[in-house]
Design a protein around this ligand. Sequence first.
Ligand code: GLP
Length: 261
Amino acid sequence: MEVIILDDPAEIGSLAAGCIESLLTSKPDAVLGLATGSSPLAIYDELVRRYEAGRISFARARGFTLDEYVGLPPEHPERYRNVIDTVFVSRVDFAPGAVDGPDGLADDIPAACAGYEQAIRDAGGVDLQILGIGTDGHIAFNEPGSSLASRTRIKTLTRQTRMDNARFFDGDLDAVPTHCLTQGLGTIMAARHLVLVATGRSKAEAVHHMAEGPVTAMWPASILQHHPHATVLIDDAAARRLQLADYYRETYRAKPGWQGI
Ligand code: GLP
């Protein structure tokens, strides 16, 4: 795992977007793993800027989102399909239907989850997966206790996650769904490159357990320690609990510019 601590949080967006630009340049039909939440917004804004400047195109790319609330009506603005469309997909040139997500309104949820896994496989797997992290160490909606080998399935959200996400539902905890469909940790681990972004003090404990704690289902993001190509982009506030922060800073400072992330 490469941990990169950036003084300027704005750099996180440009570094991740640069990585996606390189990927699309070498592989225009790349498969991107898209995440919701506030953390990746700077990446999407930077990708939109590069698209508008004519530097990149998503016309041949595919996208798969990580997760979805169960039961939100199709027009609900917090339905993740709508969120990702608003914050990113509709602002660039993806082909119609090129971005897929788990169906939180499916009648047969196990079949929908199995179908989603198959769709990712049929697309050739995810080349680059963007990730945020929850304050309890979840990635996608894999809450503490999730099987480290899990695949797309239904999960019950923890009270902590529902409280964290109530800000998107006018602060109304009761309006936050209790269940979700989420790619599993095994699904996420199959992506060829993982890029996790985290900013702010509230993420510091989860970032510490992810990067420096034991690999445990209690801190689901710690599974990234087993990934051959995981990049973690964080600001100073999210890095404040890291024991090896100085080492990560020195390593990145000394890294040749051509090497990429
Ligand atoms: C939600 C999403 C996660 C996201 C997390 C953190 O629970 N399902 O994919 O990583 O929130 O969100 P934020 O980046 O807004 O802190």
